[in-house]
Write a protein that binds this ligand. Structure first.
Ligand code: PMT
Length: 404
C-alpha cells in the first residue's frame, strides 16, 4: 500500500551511530510511495557516506550550504519549499538544541528553519543526554511549536548502557510520517491514562505488586500525545522516564490511583486504563515492620476499587478504553470485560509468557468493541500504541457521530 504516495519527504540525517539505519528508512519511505531527498550534517557524513544515500534515494545528497553546484541544481530555499514533510532521523541532542534555538549555521538546520512543512524528529542519543534537563527543555520548546517526535525507544544502546535514547525503528518512523501527514487524530482532545503497577503495603517496608513495567501504558501516552491530545498520565511506580509533554501524576496504591483519576476524569474526553491495578490490598497494613516469627503468617486481603468500572459507569463517562491481561481464552475474557465493565473498547493481551505482555519491549493486542475487533500482531509496544491510538481516534469519532 503506497500510503505516502506523491509526498515529498526531506530526510535530514545528523551525526550519530543510528545514522546507519537511515538508508533503510529511505528505502521504506520510498516503498510507501514517497519521493525522498536527503540532507546531511557534516557529522552525519562521518557515519554514513553521502553516496550510500544517493544510491538508495536515486538523487544527489545535500550536504554543503555553500556548494554552488548543489545550489544551482536546487537551492536550499527551493528544497525547503519542495518538502511536504521534514524527517530528522537520527536527531542528535546537538541538532535538537540547534532546532530549538533557531540556528541556521549549516544546510540541514537552515532547511528546517526555512520550511513551512511539518517536522518530525526521531531522537537518538545516550540515555543520560536524552534525560538531561537541557534536552527535555529543548524538546518541550519544539513540541510547543508543533514539531512532532517519534521515539526514542528504550533498550540497549551503542555505548553499552540501557535506557531511553535509541532511535525509533524505521517502520515506526514511517508510521509516524504517515500520522504527521494525516493530521492530528486526537487534536484538541484530553486523554487521561493509567499505567504501571500499583503497590499495596503490607508494612512500611513490604508491599504486594505485579510485573507491570509501565512500558505499554507509557507508549500509549506518547502515541496519544503525538496524535495531538493533551495527555495526563497517572502512573504507578516504574523505572521509566515519563514521556515529555504529558502531565504526570505519580501514585502508589490502587486507592491513590482511583483518587487521582476521579480528581481529573470530569475534564477528559478519553480514559485509557492500561495500569495493572492490584485487585486486592492488605486490609490493615502493619504500622511497623512485621517481625519474623518462624510460623505461618496470614494476611487478610480486601478487594480494591475497580477504577475502570467506576469511570465507565459514571454519568457523562468519557470514551473509556480498558485493557485485559489474560493467560487463556483471551477473546472470551476480554469481551466479557467489555460488557461487564460497560467499556467502549478493550485491548487484550496474553500475559504470563516470555516475549509479550508484562515487562517485554514487544506485545500483541486484540482490540474489541461492540460490533468490531482488530488484531495487532506482535510488534514493539511503541508501534502497537500508535496503531491502538489510531483505532481509538477512529472509534471515538464514530461514536461521537452516532450520539449526535
Ligand atoms: O506495563 P507493561 O510491563 O508494559 O505490561 C503491559 C500490561 C500487560 C500491564 C498491559 O498491557 C495490560 O494488560 N494492562 C492491564 C492489566 C490488568 O490489570 O488487566 P486486568 O484484566 O486485570 O484488568 C482489566 C482492566 O481493569 C484494566 O484496564 C485495568 O487497568 C482495570 N482495573 C483492574 C483492577 C482495578 N482494581 N481497577 C482497574 O481499573
Amino acid at each position: 500500500m503506497a500510503t505516502l504516495a506523491q509526498r515529498h519527504i526531506l530526510l535530514v540525517v545528523t551525526g550519530g551511530i543510528a545514522a546507519y539505519k537511515a538508508p533503510d528508512l529511505v528505502r521504506r519511505l520510498r516503498d510507501a510511495g514517497a519521493t525522498v531527498r536527503v540532507a546531511m550534517t557534516p557529522a552525519a557524513t562521518k557515519f554514513v557516506r553521502p553516496l550510500t544515500f544517493q544510491a538508495v534515494s536515486g538523487v544527489s545528497v545535500h550536504v554543503d550550504l555553500f556548494d554552488p553546484g548543489a545550489e544551482a541544481a536546487m537551492g536550499h530555499i527551493e528544497l525547503a519549499r519542495w518538502a511536504d514533510l521534514v524527517v530528522v532521523a537520527p536527531a542528535s541532542a546537538d541538532f535538537i538544541a540547534r532546532l530549538a534555538h533557531g540556528l541556521a549555521d549549516d544546510l540541514p538546520s537552515t532547511l528546517c528553519l526555512a520550511t513551512a512543512a511539518p517536522i518530525l524528529v526521531a531522537p537518538a542519543m545516550n540515555r543520560l543526554m536524552w534525560a538531561h534537563a537541557a534536552t527535555q527543555a529543548n524538546v518541550a520548546v519544539l513540541r510547543a511549536r508543533g514539531v512532532r517526535f517519534v521515539g526514542p525507544d528504550e533498550g540497549e544502546q551503542a555505548c553499552g548502557e540501557t535506557g531511553a535514547g535509541r532511535m525509533a525503528e524505521p517502520p515506526a518512523i514511517v508510521v509516524a510520517a504517515l500520522c504527521a501527514q494525516g493530521g492530528d487524530a486526537l487534536a484538541g482532545l484530553r486523554v487521561l491514562l493509567t499505567a504501571g503497577p500499583t503497590q499495596e503495603p503490607i508494612d512500611p517496608v513490604r508491599f504486594i505488586t505485579n510485573r507491570s513495567s509501565g512500558k505499554m501504558g507509557y507508549a500509549v501516552a506518547a502515541a496519544a500525545r503525538d496524535a495531538g491530545a493533551r495527555v495526563t498520565l497517572i502512573t504507578g511506580p516504574t523505572r521509566l522516564v515519563a514521556p515529555a509533554g504529558c502531565e504526570v501524576v505519580a501514585v502508589t496504591t490502587a486507592q491513590d490511583m482511583l483518587d487521582a483519576v476521579l480528581a481529573r476524569v470530569a475534564d477528559c474526553d478519553i480514559f485509557i486504563a492500561s495500569a495493572a491495578v492490584a485487585d486486592y490490598t492488605i486490609a490493615t497494613p502493619a504500622p511497623h515492620k512485621v517481625k519474623k516469627a518462624g510460623t505461618a503468617l496470614t494476611l487478610t486481603l480486601t478487594p480494591t476499587p475497580d477504577i475502570l468500572r467506576t469511570v465507565a459507569t459514571r454519568a457523562g463517562a468519557p470514551f473509556t478504553v480498558g485493557f485485559a491481561a489474560e493467560t487463556e481464552r483471551l477473546a472470551e475474557h476480554a469481551r466479557g470485560k467489555l460488557t461487564s465493565k460497560s467499556l467502549n473498547m478493550i485491548a487484550a493481551n496474553l500475559v504470563g509468557r516470555v516475549g509479550t505482555g508484562f515487562e517485554s519491549d514487544d506485545n500483541e493486542l486484540s482490540v474489541f468493541w461492540k460490533g468490531g475487533e482488530r488484531q495487532l500482531g506482535k510488534a514493539a509496544k511503541q508501534a502497537l500504541a500508535r496503531d491502538l491510538v489510531a483505532i481509538i481516534a477512529e472509534r471515538y469519532r464514530a461514536e461521537a457521530v452516532h450520539s449526535e
